[in-house]
Ligand binder design. Structure first.
Ligand code: PLP
Length: 457
């Protein structure tokens, strides 16, 4: 396993077998990216997000799973699964090291200090008052959502979603043997909004739950208080419980605002909801397996709690507590960096990749790319038909494009077709990486699309 310490990008790419690519693109700073970089303010602050952090060889999904799937040296920049490439906040390593000095790993009695850390974080950052008696710990947002679905939505019933939406919800529905009711969002010039007439029409006699994603993965929308109130009114009137997944809430771009569903002034609406959150996106602690959910409604919480079993891990608890108590300045500096990454990516694509369109999201570190023109150009439908011949499951045109971007740009993106109705013609790009890696990915994509041979292959 490589030493997982900061390495320069050349060493990283050599390690990943990317010497040839590196040679071809020089330092990764093309005239195109230099022009866009010049618009950004120089990095400041106490934490280093610029140094490329090598994750290859650590069994991570973002790199290692892709290298196993597509082959050695196939992927230079992993931009798929939603975790970040940065070295974690120093307070986390410190807390883990201190706990590791005590070499015993017996059963954990969850300390009150961890609950306090969660309650204080939500109060401090968002003014949300969580009643600790109505707070439930879980090992992830997925286990929490699954427990809620098992509580409220019997097998065979419908779960309302506004799509495109986080692709991980669909396996949760499959697991609970419930069925998706996608309400496709309206899209004008790349901006998504909820079609409220459609939203209400999709609610049938067996729709008991709606999974809200705020900020929305993959479009990045931060829902306004008006949107949330309208959602809440419809769901309350139609007796649909709102399961508010707010795992991405700490990521909001400049000038935008996240509104917690639980902060809405209408308390009847709030009492008809459960909020699911974690520090795992904010501090890249996804494999530390810790999350929580809460409500103002003791009845809802008691019912879901009865279906919840969470065995937290010692290191997961230690890492999360340290992040919530001491990681705030790291996160605040990171948000500035990610905002600049978003601006960089949007401007670069506008200037250099005319076949792709996107708009800077309001939240999340995800960028939703409209690649329908690329798909037409390269014949994605035909590529999908070809790939389907040798695949155990049908390959969608967007999944064929996932392979295409790996083959021609050495960049791994997520296929839009997995995000439900409305995901066609799109890919999701994760920009939570060092600027150099982002530049490399964008330069590679631009080059692949400018090359008459690859752009037709
Ligand atoms: C909207 C959303 N919910 C939940 C998750 C996963 O949650 P967890 O890892 O806590 O189960 C993700 C991960 O990408 C996500 O984007």
């Amino acid at each position: 396993m490589p030493h997982n310490t900061g390495v320069n990008r050349r060493a990283f790419l050599q390690n990943a077998g990317m010497t040839a690519v590196l040679g071809a693109i020089g330092t990764g700073t093309s005239p195109a990216s230099a022009a866009v970089s010049a618009m950004l303010e120089p990095p400041t602050g106490k934490y280093d997000f610029d140094t490329v952090f090598n994750r290859v060889g650590t069994d991570c999904i973002k790199y290692d799973q892709q290298l196993r799937t597509y082959g050695k040296d196939s992927v230079a920049v992993g931009m798929g699964i939603a975790d970040m490439d940065f070295k974690a906040a120093p307070c986390i390593a410190k807390a883990i090291a201190e706990r590791c000095a005590h070499e015993n790993w017996g059963y954990l009695d969850t300390p009150r200090s961890y609950i306090d850390a969660i309650v204080n974080w939500n109060k401090r950052r968002y003014g949300v008052d969580i009643n600790p008696d109505l707070l439930v710990l879980t090992t992830g947002v997925h286990p929490g959502l699954i427990a809620a679905l098992q509580t409220f939505s019997p097998p065979g019933s419908r779960v309302l979603l506004t799509s495109p939406t986080y692709n991980g919800f669909y396996p949760d529905l499959k697991f609970t043997r419930t069925l998706p009711a996608d309400s496709p969002m309206k899209v004008v010039d790349g901006r998504y909004s909820i079609d409220f007439d459609d939203f209400e029409r999709r609610i049938s006699h067996d729709t008991n739950t709606f999974i809200l994603c705020n900020p929305q993965n993959p479009t990045g929308n931060c829902w306004s208080p008006e949107d949330l109130t309208r959602i809440g009114e419809i769901c309350l009137r139609r007796r649909v419980i709102v399961l508010a997944d707010e795992i991405h809430c700490d990521f909001v771009t400049k000038g935008q605002k996240y509104t917690p569903f639980s902060s809405l002034p209408n308390k009847d609406i709030v009492r008809n909801s459960i909020t699911f959150k974690a520090a795992s996106k904010s501090f890249s602690l996804a494999a530390m397996k810790a999350a929580w959910f809460f409500s103002d409604n003791p009845d809802l919480i008691a019912r879901v709690k009865a279906n919840t079993r969470a065995d937290l891990t010692t290191l997961g608890m230690v890492a999360n507590r340290a992040a919530l108590n001491e990681g705030e300045d790291w996160l605040d500096q990171l948000l500035v960096y990610l905002d600049a990454n978003h601006t960089f990516a949007e401007q670069f694509i506008k200037a250099n990749v005319p076949l792709v369109s996107c708009v800077k999201p309001q939240g999340t570190y995800l960028l939703w790319l409209d690649i329908s023109k690329v798909m037409e150009r390269v014949g994605a439908k035909r590529l999908a038909e070809e790939a389907s011949k040798t695949s155990p499951t049908p390959v969608s045109p967007e999944q064929a494009m996932e392979r295409w971007f790996v083959k021609h740009a050495k960049v791994h993106l997520n296929a839009g077709s997995t995000y439900g109705t409305g995901g066609e013609g799109h890919m999701r790009m994760n920009v939570a990486t060092s600027r150099k890696m982002l530049e490399l990915a964008l330069n590679n994509i631009a080059a692949a699309l400018q090359n008459p041979e690859t752009s037709m292959a």
